[in-house]
Write a protein that binds this ligand. Structure first.
Ligand code: ADP
Ligand code: TRP
Length: 331
């Protein structure tokens, strides 16, 4: 029996190459080995985004991004969280098994309290109950589908551990293995992808290269990557250079060695290294960008894929929720 891998993708912000290399690509590789269930976590986005057009368009864009990167809906169950109402019934059930103290310990909530304290505001300023109970909704997403593995970034590990805690408490009270205990799986990423300013590429730092940036924009962004002020003649250190770090993410080992030699030898300007990086990124990303543009021209197709996936997901979810209802005495 194949293991079940499940992950949620929030429809917020344009996907960047950090997301691609750090999350999308490894999750698609994992889907070759596991029974994969990947979904758009639109109700998770509602906690922070109250713009209906934004939620609508980002849902389409994120779905198109995954499809363009190679998600095969025949192989991966691909659906929209909001189309699986059993999620929200399970959320209500799980709330009754979640100690309030567990939520108080969530990193994201604690970070809000801290920043409020620093700003001299009320501790709960800007904290809605959706944000406070975010880990329980995530537990519902995970436990509803008998998930074994949850591929996520490190920032989400605590949430997966909480899902396992909640499952364990339920199983203990009813003395049966009603829920599987999920395990977080670190994305098999080589390392953190750096952004234009040399820090981790992240929406919150405004230093991203969008995955589907048109060719001209891509070139412009690559030319903006921060380098030092060394002259053309000077030998350069590849290991401390963001241009080189990104090149390694896109080029073949032999190409990487060739560029490394040019850095060390001197006589190479930053313009040359950036041009090489642009050409390599553009070559790798062009097919994805083309597929993405085709998909975005046909939103009806994307919606159909999500509708079909959601219908299958609802079947699995209905069976699980009826099992849980029987256990708790509501059916
Ligand atoms: P952002 O930091 O831009 O808000 P998210 O937190 O939405 O990105 O990222 C979703 C996932 O993409 C993360 O859990 C992580 O696995 C991956 N990811 C994001 N940024 C990077 C990066 N710079 N390098 C590697 N992986 C990344
Ligand atoms: N909280 C995750 C994030 O911010 C998204 C998410 C929602 C998720 N539900 C999930 C991830 C279930 C894994 C499993 O990235």
């Amino acid at each position: 029996m194949k293991k079940i891998a499940l992950t949620g993708i929030k429809p917020t912000g344009v996907p960047h190459i950090g997301n691609y290399l750090g999350a999308i690509k490894p999750a698609l590789e994992l889907s070759q080995k596991c029974e994969a269930r990947y979904f758009i976590a639109d109700y998770h986005a509602l906690n922070s985004c109250k713009d209906p057009d934004e939620i609508r368009s980002m849902t389409l864009e994120i779905a198109a991004a995954w499809l363009a990167c190679g998600l095969d809906p025949e192989q991966v169950l691909f659906y929209r969280q909001s189309d699986v109402p059993q999620t929200f019934e399970l959320l209500t059930v799980l709330l009754a098994f979640t100690p309030k103290g567990l939520m108080n310990r969530a990193h994201a909530y604690k970070a809000m309290l801290k920043s409020n304290a620093e700003a001299g505001k009320d501790p709960d300023d800007g904290v809605n109950m959706g944000l406070y109970t975010y880990p329980v909704l995530m537990a519902a997403d995970i436990l509803l589908f008998d998930t074994d593995l949850v591929p996520v970034g490190n920032d989400q590990f605590q949430h997966v551990e909480m899902a396992a805690d909640i499952a364990q408490s339920f199983n203990h009270i009813y003395q049966q293995q009603a829920f599987k205990l999920p395990q977080a799986l670190a994305h098999d990423t080589v390392k953190t992808v750096v952004g234009l300013d040399g820090r981790k590429m992240s929406k919150s730092y405004g230093n991203i290269i969008p995955l589907f940036a048109p060719e001209k924009k891509l070139r412009k962004l690559v030319m903006k990557i921060v380098t030092n002020s060394q002259s053309v003649e000077e030998p350069k250190d590849p290991e401390s250079c963001s241009v080189f770090a990104l090149y390694k993410c896109f080029a073949e080992p032999a190409q990487v060695e060739e560029l490394r030699a040019k850095y060390i030898a001197g006589g190479m300007g930053w313009g040359y290294a950036k041009q090489k990086l642009f050409e390599q990124m553009n070559a790798v990303l062009t097919p994805y960008r083309e597929r993405y543009e085709e998909l975005m021209d046909d939103p009806g197709y994307i919606q159909q894929v999500l509708r079909e996936g959601s219908a299958k997901a609802r079947e699995l979810a209905a069976a699980k929720i009826s099992q849980i209802r029987r256990i708790i005495g509501i059916e």
